[in-house]
Design a protein around this ligand. Structure first.
Ligand code: SAH
Length: 344
């Protein structure tokens, strides 16, 4: 079956040409798909014979809502989507004054093994297709009945570990015939895959790169994040510098505040030292507790932030949204997996 929704308009044009259809069909079908048509049957301005032919040869499996939680505190909505093959992923819709932001997953599970993260506990199952990445935006908008103006690739999975599909998704979601979200309204978060950061830099996209740093020293970072082993923080900052030089985009560094592990005074100093050569801003994240992990949230958040500012580093604290609906990364899928396992 052809994964028609992962195709660009140019590829659709080639497909319809090979079917002997007029070229305007590509635009027609692209628009239907990107408006969230759930079947070819819905595409009422296509001839019946073509609808039947597409239904027989092309894949169109919109995700189903497996669970949905809405925060009574701030309106944050969390979706657990069931994909065509039964796997589940999470998408979160966050409501800000400046518009709605959707946080999407890039893989089913994750293989990166970060010590504080719920998404990686069961390892990686598979990559998401461009269509599945896109569907999270389209169907969250549709179900919530609210337009989305910003996208963050910060859900389950490592987006740069699924580079080609993510790259294609960016092109699709950016299309003026489709969802039409500009690159400047998209952030991609990575645990720091150096070669892929360089690859992304060469693509010169205008998106915001967020790097999950979490510690400025190799000993701590390698302990928390296996991706750091064998390369190190210095090499990561090297890639960040090159990224900035190539794209002109400042990097945002995510820094989870973990009690006695990442929140020590000398770490603020070392972080400031690293950042002197690389323009960027630090986003301090209060650690979300994960049941399977002994790591605890830091009690020094405000102090650490002040120290960074004294050292000339811009540091903000991430606002917690959806605190009442376990909206932090990977927890809803984790719960679903545990419950299913308990039933079996
Ligand atoms: N794989 C990508 C994107 C997914 S995680 C990455 O590593 O950046 C999105 C962000 O949430 C990352 O910064 C990640 O390190 C952070 N994160 C994961 N688990 C967390 C937890 N328990 N508390 C706080 N932040 C967490």
């Amino acid at each position: 079956m052809t994964d028609i929704k992962s195709m660009t308009q140019a590829e659709l044009a080639a497909l319809f040409q090979s079917l002997g259809e007029p070229s305007f069909r590509a635009r027609q079908v692209f628009r239907w798909l990107h408006r969230g048509a759930a079947s070819f049957e819905e595409m009422s301005d296509l001839p019946r014979s073509l609808r039947d032919r597409l239904a027989g040869t092309c894949l169109l499996t919109p995700p189903q809502v497996a669970r949905k939680q809405v925060s009574t505190q701030d309106g944050t909505m969390k979706y657990l989507w069931r994909l065509g093959d039964g796997n589940c992923i999470e998408t979160v819709l966050m409501r800000y004054h400046h518009g709605n932001t959707v946080c999407i997953s890039s893989q089913v599970g994750c293989r990166m093994g970060c010590a504080f993260c719920a998404s990686t506990l069961g390892g990686k199952v598979r990559d998401l297709t461009p269509a599945e990445l896109l569907d999270q935006v389209i169907f969250t908008q549709k179900d919530a009945g609210m337009p989305v103006s910003n996208i963050v690739l910060m859900g389950i999975g490592e987006p740069l570990d699924n580079y080609d599909n993510v790259r294609r998704f960016l092109e699709l979601v950016n299309s003026s015939e489709g969802v039409n979200i500009g690159m400047r309204h998209i952030s991609l978060s990575t645990c720091g895959m150096i070669e892929k950061i360089d690859k992304l830099a060469r693509d010169r996209l205008q998106l915001t790169l967020s790097v999950s740093l979490h510690s400025p020293d190799d000993e701590t970072r390698s302990r928390l994040m296996p991706v750091n082993r064998g390369t190190g923080v210095e090499a990561l900052f090297g890639a960040c510098r090159r990224y900035f030089e190539q794209t002109g985009r400042r990097i945002s560094y995510e820094y989870a505040m973990i009690d006695g592990v990442t929140d020590r005074s000398w770490q603020a100093e070392l972080l400031a030292q690293h950042l002197r050569g690389t323009p960027g801003h630090v986003n301090l994240i209060p650690l979300n507790k994960v049941a399977e992990s002994p790591l605890q949230p830091s009690r020094r958040l405000a102090e650490f932030q002040k120290q960074l500012e004294r050292l000339g580093v811009t540091a903000t604290v991430r606002r917690r949204l959806g605190g009442d609906i376990d909206a932090s990364c990977g927890q809803l899928r984790r719960r679903q997996l545990l419950e299913t396992a308990a039933q079996d």
